[in-house]
Design a protein around this ligand. Sequence first.
Ligand code: NAP
Length: 253
Amino acid sequence: MELFSLDGRVAVVTGGNGGIGLGIARGLAEAGADVAVWARNEAKSTDAVAELRGLGVRAEAIACDVSDEEAVADATAETVERLGRIDVAVLNAGVAGVGRLPEFPTEEWDRVLDINLRGAFFTLRSVSDQMIEQGEGGSIIVIGSTGGILGNSVSPHYSASKAAVMQMAKAFGIQLARHRIRVNSIAPGFVETEMTDAMRNPKFEQIMIGARTPMRRWGRADEFAGPAVFLASDASSFMTGATLVVDGGMLIS
Ligand code: NAP
């Protein structure tokens, strides 16, 4: 359907070499976008890009730690050099973490905030500068979490980072609207990826999946392709600052 087409557009997906990011990258490529995968593990990125090229689009692996401001600036320049422009950016790179008081280590707080929040800010600022220079608008999609909406006793820093990026999307959505750059968020519930490997145990599944998630199953990474293509494309042309909750109904239960 033409409304959802991303033909001729270039998308950046941070953390696009696995999990939800790769699910989204596949969807964007299937809708016609060329894709730049920004991530740290080069072997995983090479595999991801080979798969995306198999879908008939241009795809490039760009080594980047999003918590490194200079690396993000370099990755933006490299993306433009290799693919010509940036029209869509999915700020998906993220890490989980567990921390409890007393004696919550500062290093653990900073590790998660540096990647999830500072990394998302560096990426948003850099890609939006490029979009403004191009002068043709764009779409930025922030991957938040239901963990940034609900209370969470085991991962305060993760929850804080996710609440912050979803709020950041709203604030920059206002600032960037005059440049025709839209900024929206997706808040996933529990999704089967490497990040949640440690959670796949009977106790967690009984409580969080069986009792708390009305659809009574984990989400799959490929279930983020549709929401991301929607937000990336003209199908959502009058939307900015919105959060799409994709969680099997957890938030309403
Ligand atoms: P995942 O499978 O662990 O993937 C995380 C991705 O982020 C990897 O591609 C990783 O690649 C990349 N990454 C991590 N640190 C990075 C850094 N410093 N610079 C660049 N890339 C980095 O996890 P996932 O579940 O797909 O998570 C994707 C996003 O969804 C995250 O933001 C997460 O918080 C969010 N989320 C996940 C769930 C869930 O249930 N799975 C729920 C809510 C929200 P490299 O290691 O190669 O850098």
